[in-house]
Design a protein around this ligand. Structure first.
Ligand code: NAD
Length: 211
């Protein structure tokens, strides 16, 4: 069964209400948490990032993860049977290069949260890990703005026009990974097959960090 609710990750009250309802409805415990919501920015120089946009990105992409943790962890500790938390960071937090400073700062913050929580929650057998995907085939990268930043030479660039550019970022000869490649990693981290894995940063990145 599934209980789906829409909530803004910046809104602790709304996230808490959704979680509390789910826990009450589905047996009184919480075992697995994935904090995945995030937004991306524009590839502009750091000092040209608009302050309000900086604040919004950090609010959704970093503080939203903290809010999820704040709402979820008490349920997990109360249930007393351990669990798995996976936070979505990004390959962008592992590589150097100009641009996207706000996004990289948020995703680096997610890695710090992961390690801190892994230490704090180990005694409860709650494992906390981060995944760092390279480009994933979702609307976050498949959009006109990003197409235009990759191919400013074309009047109307599309998906096919940016494949080669994306591919140069990865070691394996692919432009991006599929959503299932990321969710498979999260399912594995949540499973008993990963029962002694905590505090790790798991790249799902086609070798992107070594390029
Ligand atoms: N697509 C990529 O190339 C890529 C690479 C590395 C990491 N990531 C990360 O993966 C995660 C998922 O991204 P995606 O690729 O599916 O992007 P997406 O833009 O397709 O989806 C983002 C999701 O976040 C939700 N969201 C945005 N703001 C929210 C808010 N304030 N409250 C609640 N939900 C909100 C959206 O509704 C949407 O479901 C993000 O954290 C992203 O940073 C994506």
């Amino acid at each position: 069964r599934i209980l789906a609710r829409r909530a803004d990750v910046r809104d602790l009250g709304a996230v808490r209400a959704a979680l509390d309802e789910g826990v009450a409805e589905l047996g009184g415990r919480l075992d697995i948490v994935c904090a995945n919501a995030g937004i991306i920015s524009q590839p502009v120089a750091t000092w040209e990032i608009d302050l309000d946009q900086w604040r919004e990105l950090i609010d959704v992409t970093l503080t939203g993860v903290f809010v999820t943790i704040k709402a979820a962890v008490p349920h997990m500790i109360a249930a007393g049977n351990g669990g798995s938390i996976t936070l979505t960071s990004s390959g962008a937090a592992l590589i150097s290069g100009g641009g996207f400073a706000d996004y990289k700062a948020a995703k680096s913050g997610v890695l710090s949260l992961t390690r801190t929580l892994a230490c704090e929650l180990a005694e409860h057998f709650i494992r906390v890990n981060a995944i760092c995907p390279t480009a994933v085939d979702t609307p976050m990268i498949q959009n006109e703005t990003l197409y235009r930043s990759f191919r400013p030479d074309l009047p109307n660039p599309g998906r096919e026009d940016v494949k080669a550019g994306f591919q140069t970022m990865n070691l394996l000869p692919i432009p991006w990974v599929d959503v299932a490649d990321v969710s498979n990693a999260i399912v594995w981290l949540a499973s008993d097959a990963a029962r002694y894995i905590t505090g790790v940063t798991l790249p799902v990145d086609a070798g992107n960090q070594h390029k």
